[in-house]
Design a protein around this ligand. Structure first.
Ligand code: SF4
Length: 530
């Protein structure tokens, strides 16, 4: 029988030589019977044969040593290189100098949680607790790879096309993975993933949900279908594809807003303008904007429910036609004109909120609208509606709960971390990207995946999502909140030796430029620095 080691990839605190930069003691190894290495970085507890990887593809057994496969991602300011990998020292060669492997200016570097490793639940200090300076202040960043069972995606789809009824199930590969939530201004919204779909249904539902979330977070396309609605291809940063048609424009505003914006430009060119919209259809002559311009009543009658003058709800059913309604012929929303008011020759413009649909009519002697060629002067205003539409895009925000055991990797008194974050003493980032921390209890964060380095997310088959998270604060605050001060290392040391678990593998660092140039640098959070 061969004796092999069992290792979680992290040394116990007793074993760690906390004088980083000196030769470290061996990893905590436990004797185990069998020919595999057991990974206990998550509760799946994979037993991995030599040369094989674990169920999450993140850890592997290399010659009896558990290793984290992916490089640690380090942001480098001012880099022109999108991604570059450095191999650092090998096991047993910790004296290899790293100076020639890293940029000379260490100030512009930030170690992210991507590829950093962790345990789950977190029962050991985070793999990187990095000391640095910002504006002359001693800082520390606690870096870890969070495993999120409680997490979801908020997906914003810039379109006024009808995707499905509110609360309708959203399916991926036939499994329910979320639902349609409240529409926002110019956008349809989906809530996807979440703990109930990850863990509360069948195994297949959990697996499909997890893979869908990982793909969307890593900027890959995902096709979903909405019960009673549309098929949509979603990809962060790309236009949505609704029932096979790539969406182009996000509407300039609702029908009423469009009337307000363009009323003056239509004055004198049209006798009436109707901006067809699933939510609020606008009618120029009745609208306050038309009244202010002394427009003459036209005698038009609109189907639907009048809200306020010139603003109508429910003119048609929602759909993928004009202005997010189901109509293809805009005249379908008109009742017969008021013959006491309307006149032969009246000029009528009907347009959608994006200007993609538009038509020009002239009333005949029977007060019937007859299609006619749109004058160039009117066309120019319609084109301007299109010009004022922003490109339609899918945005994906990752929402995760970091208020659980993950905090134990930061401090031995977790509620202190929660309080410090609420007091803006701690800047929470994900892969270096700024996060929004929700008010109230816990640490519920939300981050735009487009601001994170590509490939930031992984999975474990519990099932859960793996996402990077970093907590940056003053070193003095870290000490106050009960931080693991004995584990603080310099940036140089962190880059040289990598995370603790990496002792048995080539240490690789992937240098990347911050994906969004307008994101604040994680170490420069003004409230935190006061
Ligand atoms: S799924 Fe991954 S992290 Fe979990 S035990 Fe297996 S190899 Fe380790």
């Amino acid at each position: 029988m061969t004796t092999h080691i069992k290792g979680d990839g992290l040394p116990s605190s007793d074993d760690v030589n906390l004088q980083w930069g000196m030769e470290r003691s061996a990893l905590r190894n436990e004797q185990m019977i069998g020919d595999k290495v057991e990974c206990n970085a998550c509760p799946v507890l994979c037993q991995i044969s030599d040369g094989r990887v674990g169920a999450c593809d993140r850890y592997a057994n290399r010659k009896g040593i558990l290793i984290r496969i992916d490089p640690v991602v380090v942001l480098r300011q001012g880099s022109t290189c999108a991604s570059e990998i450095s191999d650092l020292s090998e096991r047993g060669s910790l004296s290899v100098s790293v100076e020639d492997k890293q940029p000379s200016d260490s100030q512009g570097m930030f170690v992210t949680g991507i590829g950093s490793s962790t345990t789950y639940p977190d029962y050991k200090p985070a793999p990187f607790i990095v000391a640095s300076q910002s504006r002359g202040v001693d800082m520390v960043t606690v870096v870890t790879e969070g495993i999120f069972s409680y997490c979801s995606l908020k997906v914003k789809i810039d379109t006024d096309r009808y995707l499905g009824p509110e609360q309708a199930a959203v399916r991926c590969n036939g499994e329910v993975v979320g639902h349609v939530t409240t529409a926002e201004y110019g956008s349809q919204m989906l809530s996807l993933g979440g703990v109930h779909h990850l863990t509360g249904g069948t195994k297949k539902e959990g697996r499909v949900t997890m893979n869908m979330m990982q793909d969307l977070c890593n900027l890959h396309p995902v096709e979903v279908s909405i019960d009673g609605g549309a098929n949509v291809v979603l990809q962060a940063g790309q236009p949505p594809i609704v029932n096979g048609i790539t969406e182009q424009r996000m509407r300039v505003g609702c029908g009423s807003a469009a009337i307000g914006i363009f009323a003056q430009q239509w004055l004198g060119l049209c006798d009436e303008v109707v901006v067809v919209d699933d939510h609020i259809t606008g009618v120029l002559s009745e609208h306050q904007a038309g009244r202010c311009l002394n427009m003459q009543p036209s005698g038009i009658r609109i189907k639907g429910r009048k809200s306020t003058p010139g603003r109508y709800f429910q003119v048609a059913n929602p759909g993928t036609g004009w202005g997010g309604t189901d109509i293809q012929d805009p005249l379908a929303i008109l009742d017969p004109w008021d013959s006491a008011v309307a006149w032969s020759g009246l000029r009528l413009l009907m347009t959608s909120t994006t200007g993609e649909h538009s038509a020009w009519y002239v009333l005949d002697d029977q007060l019937q609208p007859q299609i006619a060629e749109m004058p160039a002067s009117v066309r120019r205003v319609v084109d301007r509606i299109g010009e004022n539409c922003e490109p339609s895009m899918v945005s994906v925000l990752f929402l995760g709960g970091a208020g659980g055991s993950l905090r134990a990797g930061v401090t031995d008194n977790p509620v202190q971390l929660t309080h410090a974050i609420k007091r803006a003493l701690v800047n929470v980032t994900c892969g270096g990207a700024p996060s929004y921390v929700w008010p109230g209890g816990g640490i519920t964060i939300m981050v735009d995946v487009m601001r994170m380095p590509p490939g930031s997310f992984g999975t474990v088959p519990t099932p859960a999502i793996v996402a990077p998270i970093e907590f940056t604060m003053r070193l003095s605050d870290y000490e106050t909140l009960g931080g693991h001060m004995g584990y603080v290392r310099s940036l140089d040391n962190s880059l040289k030796y990598g995370a603790w678990h990496n002792d048995g593998a080539p240490k690789q660092i992937r240098w990347v430029a911050p994906p969004a140039s307008d994101s604040p640098w994680p170490l420069d959070n003004p409230p935190m620095l006061g």
